[in-house]
Design a protein around this ligand. Structure first.
Ligand SMILES: Nc1ncnc2c1ncn2[C@@H]1O[C@H](COP(=O)(O)OP(=O)(O)O)[C@@H](O)[C@H]1O
Ligand SMILES: [Mg+2]
Length: 354
């Protein structure tokens, strides 16, 4: 099936600095695709190019068979003709308009009749549970309420694509958590196609049917949350998602050599001769006894450097004789400064492409 939205080889530079470096991305109809990456990696630039507030330097954007942006062929459909809606981090409401008028604004621009306008404003305000505040001004609302209005305003125009740029980032942690689940439900029930930008992994995993991990203007991996977590394609994704131990390795005469110093027997793994391997923090047990040193477990020895209480578990940092610090979850009672074992099953090791 053809993608609803297809970006091919999108490039963008500002002042000779490459910001988007050949982005290929497909979004299916009804899907929420999350763009996840650290600050400055080009997420907002890509979203702006999608919505049509800026053209790409080269590449193509096609939506539902219609080419929206193709500089090589002189095609550029302006923002107002794309039929998209955008939600911003700072809400961007009209401060002098009441809630209901803010939501009706785009509909008025589209020339929607008065009765249909009223129907859609009522419907979308109800979807975001803001009906009772319809006569307030934005300045009389909390941040979370303002963002609900901005979402209602975007949904009311029935966009064929909804673009959201860090919509929860200006809200405090508790509210962000609540609104994240509400938004996820809303996107699913409306069946809208969305591209959602965030730097927050939890948000990306809650909202994204698929998540595109962005790094320095390129997409490092586009996959379901489960696949990103369990089979990261490279060490950037492995390091950016979750908490991991990332260690360089080499194969030498049937052994696995970690950090050029630590020699382990190799158990027939089909792996490249050298690279990086990953062991997730939660796969690593930091303990004082080495009772279950079976063949399918690896046990390293070190000194517990520090522990952190995380609420449901305690994290331990263990320094090995080669200087490398490993992170894992500690057994109860592990004290700083004591000799410990760092244990994990072989099956927890992921060998990564460079
Ligand atoms: N209009 C612009 N002019 C010059 N540089 C820009 C402009 N917009 C963005 N940049 C630069 O592009 C890079 C990516 O920015 P942005 O897309 O906003 O990243 P993100 O949203 O991932 O934080 C940054 O280094 C930023 O300074
Ligand atoms: Mg941004």
């Amino acid at each position: 099936m053809a993608a609803f939205l297809r970006c091919s080889k999108l490039r963008k530079a500002f002042n000779d600095q490459t910001i988007l470096d050949g982005v290929n991305l497909d979004v299916s109809s009804g899907e929420c695709l999350v763009l996840l990456g650290p600050s400055g990696c080009g997420k907002t630039t890509l979203l702006n190019i999608l919505c049509g507030s800026a053209p790409a330097d080269s590449g193509e954007i096609v939506c539902n068979g219609e080419t929206l942006d193709a500089p090589g062929r002189g095609i550029y459909v302006p923002m107002r003709r794309r039929g998209f809606a955008m939600v911003f981090q700072d809400f961007s409401l009209w401060p002098h308009m009441r809630v209901a008028d803010n939501v009706a604004f785009g509909l008025r621009m589209q020339g929607v009749t008065r009765s249909e306008r009223k129907r859609r404003v009522d419907e979308t305000l109800s979807q975001v549970q803001m009906t009772h505040l319809r006569d307030r001004l934005p300045g009389e609302l909390s941040g979370g309420q303002q963002q609900r209005v901005a979402i209602a305003r975007a949904l009311a125009v029935r966009p064929r694509l909804l673009l959201l740029d860090e919509p929860l980032s200006a809200l405090d942690a508790r509210l962000r958590e609540d609104l994240k689940h509400e938004l996820s439900r809303l996107l699913k029930t409306t069946g809208i196609t969305a591209v959602y930008v965030t730097h927050d992994q939890q948000e990306a995993f809650t909202l994204g049917d698929r998540v595109a991990v962005m790094h320095e203007g390129r997409l490092a991996q586009v996959d379901t949350p489960e696949a990103l977590y369990n089979q990261p394609a490279n060490s950037f994704v492995a390091g950016f998602i979750g908490s991991s131990n990332l260690v360089g390795y080499r194969r030498v005469n049937g052994h696995l050599v970690l950090d050029d110093t630590l020699r382990l027997p190799l158990a027939h793994e089909q792996i490249p001769d050298a690279g990086q391997l990953m062991v997730r923090r939660e796969s690593v047990c930091v303990c004082t006894d080495d009772a279950c040193s079976q063949d399918d477990w690896i046990s390293l020895h070190g000194i517990c450097e520090q522990t952190h209480f995380l609420g449901d578990r305690r994290e331990a940092h263990v320094r090995l004789p080669n200087g490398r610090t490993w992170r894992g979850f500690a057994e109860p009672g592990i004290a700083t400064g004591t000799p410990v074992h760092v244990r994990f099953p072989r099956s927890a090791i992921r060998f990564l492409a460079q």
